[in-house]
Design a protein around this ligand. Structure first.
Ligand SMILES: [Zn+2]
Ligand SMILES: [Zn+2]
Length: 245
């Protein structure tokens, strides 16, 4: 964990800035970014062709597959997903630093990368972060998805609305889609009482740091649909690669 407040300001002044992932010295002009130019250029992106719905590479790159296996089991929402990078080095280090090592200022640069993939796609959308449980938020001091959502909203000039709350171990609902049910076990999502006044009839950019199975996004989307959100795009910084043994 990094020091905070005055001590941190002093350390920032005394110690030269280094690249977050390779440690190399950052010239002052580049120090606005926390990654050096070389590391930034190696942030992994998905190969094309990609699935029009979930943005994952179709096939291995050498041999394109006609159908996507990643989003085949998704419910109706999120209607699509877009990610800036694949969850491999050095993007995994960036996510880890934001989430566990107390580097909230990384969210600005990450959010800018995320915004590039959805710019102009939904000009009347509302940006909504995937919430974390209160306990995790207290331990970390912030919700990383909320910081990313704020950065995406600023970058796109769209409104940000913290529409959802998450409770640990919510009640199970048998009518849920299997993916939604799986997420529900980890924590149930509910929309705030005033959410429909903002979201009714509006498209949503749902923001999270990483997309793994889609279970969390499916459960959060369900809560957004209940208050009238129409078309939900999941926007994440990184996409975990499927583990197919
Ligand atoms: Zn570097
Ligand atoms: Zn897909």
């Amino acid at each position: 964990m990094r020091p905070s407040g005055a001590l941190r300001g002093l350390l920032d002044f005394l110690l030269p800035a280094g690249c977050l992932t390779c440690g190399s010295w950052l010239p002052a002009a580049e120090a606005v970014s926390l990654l050096c130019g070389r590391c930034r250029a190696t942030l992994p992106v998905a190969s094309r062709p990609r699935c029009p719905r979930c943005d994952m590479p179709l096939g291995t790159g050498r041999r394109p597959a006609p159908q996507c296996r990643e989003c085949a089991g998704w419910p109706r929402q999120p209607a699509r997903a877009r990610q800036a990078h694949l969850l491999k080095a050095p993007a995994d280090t960036v996510v880890h630093a934001l989430k566990y090592e107390g580097w909230p200022e990384l969210a600005v640069e990450m959010g800018q990368a995320m915004a590039r993939g959805v710019r102009g796609a939904a000009p009347d959308a509302v940006v909504v972060p995937v919430p974390t449980t209160d306990r995790r938020r207290r331990r970390r001091g912030y919700n990383q998805a909320e910081l990313l959502a704020r950065a995406v909203a600023v970058e796109l000039g769209l409104p940000l609305f913290d529409a959802l709350v998450r409770h640990r171990g919510g009640p199970t609902q048998v009518a849920l889609h299997p993916l939604e049910r799986r997420a529900n076990v980890q924590g149930a999502f509910a929309a705030r009482p005033d959410a429909s006044t903002v979201l009714d009839g509006r498209p949503v950019l749902l923001v999270d740091d990483v997309l793994t199975t889609g279970a969390t996004a499916a459960a959060a989307s369900l809560a957004l649909e209940r208050v009238g959100a129409t078309d939900i795009t999941l926007v994440t910084y990184a996409r975990a690669l499927p583990d197919r043994g």
